[in-house]
Design a protein around this ligand. Structure first.
Ligand code: HEM
Length: 459
């Protein structure tokens, strides 16, 4: 009988009890890069939890695609289920499949296209509201803008003034559950801490607003052209739709997953453009040539390849979803190692997107690398800002459309100048957030005639 396959090695330096927790907390992204440099699958211990980092695209492919049934979401993501309930991000098995099928039509490319105009109008309103030279935190601005866009797409205007309450409540909840401490030490949640009270209040606000919107719309008999109306009308093969509670879970998930990620992508794109005026000039030239004096729409997208390259390169360098987690449902093997049942597996876009085998000079911002068909020639999990396999981001088309339209619309009116030249300091929570405000000056765009000319919404 052959001996059982070995477990993957554990990185050196684990302390009693804390394991690698302190080193990880000091510099999570650097820690993961070091782990990846040590081997194909290497382990870390964060307090009581042991997790293994996968770095090879073919191993990631097995976990997310070819053998995905052997894995479900990791403990940390499942912990978010306390807030997001059975929403798409956190549910599993039959519930997930039923909901994914019900939601999918609302995210088809043709359906999403209808939101393009609203996206451009919202971005243009924002750009026009700026005073020349105004100094602001662009991350906060992009959060507000993408919130407005997703609220409009999801509920048209029904949430209206309460969209900000929802955003604040989500922020509180993500802050509470997103840094992993409750996953590592679940008893923290039961202590009489102010953070626990705030998080309970926030969940009550979310229930109140979202259930209120669903019930009010049902009472009106549905109608409307937003995602809410599509979800209310959706039925499975047995003619069953989503209950109020299921609707609340999905709306909260879409709100959460749908605004912060795109806001981060946009904020980082503006930071990179500010540091690379040559790239910004080319982007502006492309937009001017394609758009003339109109706002971008979905139809323009295919004619803005450089804008797409800028966004792909931004998502490579600063992936808003910087890591994906899974847990082995049963014992399995990967790359010659034994993966026991219950093992936590980490897969990190931050690590893979900086692999010099696929991205020469990985730290440099080089949008041109995407212009020659790189996307098609890469192995599937060398680049995966939206994940992959059955759990791939349902909002990926929405988000790419939004990022391109918002970028092109804002750039036609303003030039963003970064006032702080220090490298960005990043805070990997559920998403990859900037640690500090990103302070910029919004200056008039180089073509002042565009600022004066009237702008129409469609070509
Ligand atoms: C730049 C923007 C975005 C990024 C980087 C991003 C990234 C991701 C990633 C990596 C996953 C997979 C997680 C996993 O496998 O565990 C995911 C799932 C998901 N995303 Fe996004 N996302 C973005 C925008 C959006 C938008 C705009 C929406 C909705 C309006 C959205 C809704 C979702 C949902 C519902 C899921 C769960 C899908 C499922 O499991 O069936 N995302 N996203």
């Amino acid at each position: 009988m052959s001996p059982p396959a070995p477990l993957p090695p554990l990185a050196p330096g684990a302390l009693p009890l804390a394991g690698h927790f302190i080193a990880y907390r000091q510099d999570p992204l650097g820690f993961l890069m070091n782990l990846a440099a040590r081997g194909r699958i290497v382990g870390m211990r964060l307090g009581p939890i042991e997790a293994f980092l996968l770095r090879e695209p073919e191993d990631i492919d097995r976990v997310l695609v070819s053998e995905h049934r052997r894995f479900w979401k990791d403990r940390m993501t499942r912990g978010l289920g306390r807030v997001l309930g059975d929403g798409l991000l956190t549910s599993e098995g039959d519930i997930w499949l039923r909901h994914r099928r019900l939601l999918a039509p609302a995210f088809h490319r043709e359906r999403i296209a209808a939101y393009g105009n609203d996206m451009a109008l919202a971005a243009d309103r924002f750009a026009r509201s700026l005073q020349p030279g105004e100094v602001r935190d662009i991350h906060a601005d992009m959060m507000r803008l993408t919130l407005e866009i997703v609220a409009k797409a999801l509920f048209d205007s029904d949430v209206g003034p309460r969209a900000a309450d929802v955003a604040h409540a989500l922020d509180v909840v993500v802050g509470r559950f997103g840094d992993g401490s409750i996953t590592l030490f679940p008893w923290l949640e039961h202590l009489p801490l102010p953070s626990n009270r705030r998080s309970r209040d926030a969940i009550a606000t979310l229930d109140d607003v979202l259930l209120g919107v669903v019930r009010a719309r049902r009472a009106r008999g549905g109608g409307g052209s937003d995602l809410l109306s599509m979800l209310l009308a959706a039925e499975d093969d047995a003619g069953r739709g989503l209950s109020d509670r299921e609707m609340r879970d999905e709306l909260m998930t879409l709100f959460l997953a749908g605004h912060e990620t795109t806001a981060l992508a946009l904020s980082y794109a503006f930071v990179l453009l500010s540091k690379h005026p040559d790239v910004e000039a080319r982007l502006r030239a492309e937009s001017d040539a394609v758009l003339g004096n109109t706002l971008p729409t979905t139809e323009h997208l295919a004619r803005l390849p450089f804008a797409r390259a800028v966004i792909l390169e931004t998502l490579r360098l600063y992936p808003p979803a910087w890591a994906i987690g899974r847990e082995a449902i049963e014992e399995t093997s990967l790359a010659g190692y034994r993966i026991p049942k219950g093992t936590q597996l980490w897969i990190s876009q931050w690590v893979n997107h900086r692999d010099a085998r696929y991205f020469p000079e990985p730290e440099r911002f080089l949008p041109d690398r995407w212009l020659g068909g790189l996307e098609r020639s890469l192995p599937r999990f060398a680049y995966y800002p939206f994940g992959g396999g059955p759990r791939i981001c349902i909002g990926n088309q929405f988000s790419l459309l939004e990022a391109t339209i918002v970028l092109a619309t804002i750039l036609r009116r303003v030039r963003v100048r970064l006032l702080e030249r220090r490298p960005l300091s990043l805070l990997p929570m559920i998403t990859l957030r900037p640690q500090d405000p990103i302070v910029v000056a919004y200056e008039p765009a180089p073509k002042p005639e565009l600022l004066r000319a009237p702008v129409s919404a469609a070509p």
